[in-house]
Write a protein that binds this ligand. Structure first.
Ligand SMILES: Nc1ncnc2c1ncn2[C@@H]1O[C@H](COP(=O)(O)OP(=O)(O)O)[C@@H](O)[C@H]1O
Ligand SMILES: [Mg+2]
Length: 242
């Protein structure tokens, strides 16, 4: 088990955003958390990466308790978080943005090598290395955010809504990239409102509703589940005799 989340409760002031959720991710998997807007998906990722402190519950990464560790230590241990809405630095160049992702690393030769690897994975970032990040298209900004996330050489990559706001063609491209990152050995926890695509690429899935996990299983099983089909895959439930 690479990640284990146990009974996590997270509050924003008096609002309990996570009501005691538990789930796990095995090494090599793509696991997806799906759920409607406001279900608590981003809160879960922010808590894992140390940006939010839970009121209750524990998080273990590779057997070590990481609950309440500061974010930079969690990055060093091997977890990288690609946040919702990309959060790139618009006034820095593409290359400068990528280098920000390596802020916890101090071996320059190794950082250069990672930069080379990321630019090979994302040729459009290489072409635009000197361009200001704010001038990139939405899809390119998503690639930049993912590239920056890879610059810390994570064991576990947390992806928050990578397909948000992208055209169908770009969504396909981003999901292909997610699969290839995973095939090359990075474990992925993927948060998506686009349940259709998430259940195509993931091995397993958890369904989050108002801060609780209401269903989990193999992605292919959830794809076939009538409740998932009507609530998340935009299908109308079949009625008897129609
Ligand atoms: N910064 C915040 N302050 C107060 N409430 C928040 C904040 N961020 C999120 N919430 C609330 O916490 C709940 C979960 O939000 P979030 O994790 O962003 O959901 P999701 O990512 O699934 O859309 C929602 O009810 C949301 O309104
Ligand atoms: Mg969110």
């Amino acid at each position: 088990m690479i990640l284990e989340v146990k009974d996590l409760e997270v509050y924003y002031g008096a609002i309990r955003a996570l009501q005691g959720i538990s789930f796990s991710v095995e090494k090599g998997e793509i696991v997806t958390l799906i759920g409607a807007n406001g279900a608590g998906k981003s809160t879960t990722l922010r808590t894992i990466s140390g940006l939010l402190v839970p009121r209750r519950g524990e998080i273990f990464f590779q057997g070590q308790k990481i609950t309440r560790l500061p974010a930079h230590k969690i990055v060093r241990m091997g977890i990288s978080h690609v946040p919702e809405g990309r959060q790139i630095f618009p006034n820095l160049t593409v290359k400068e943005n990528l280098l920000m992702g390596a802020y916890t690393r101090n071996n320059r030769a190794e950082v250069e090598q990672s930069l080379e690897e990321v630019m090979t994975r994302f040729p459009r970032l290489r072409e635009r290395a000197k361009q200001l990040a704010g001038t990139l298209s939405g899809g390119e900004q998503q690639m930049l955010a993912m590239g920056r996330g890879l610059m810390s050489k994570p064991t576990l990559l947390l992806l928050d809504e990578p397909s948000m706001g992208l055209s169908p063609l770009l969504v396909e491209e981003i999901f292909e990239i997610i699969k290839s990152i995973n095939r090359q050995g990075t474990t992925i926890l993927l948060v998506e409102q686009n349940a259709y695509m998430a259940l195509q690429v993931a091995h397993r899935a958890y369904v989050l509703e108002t801060g609780r996990i209401v269903l989990h299983g193999k992605a292919e099983e959830l794809r076939a589940n009538p409740r998932i089909r009507s609530a998340y895959l935009g299908e109308v439930e079949e009625q008897d005799g129609v």
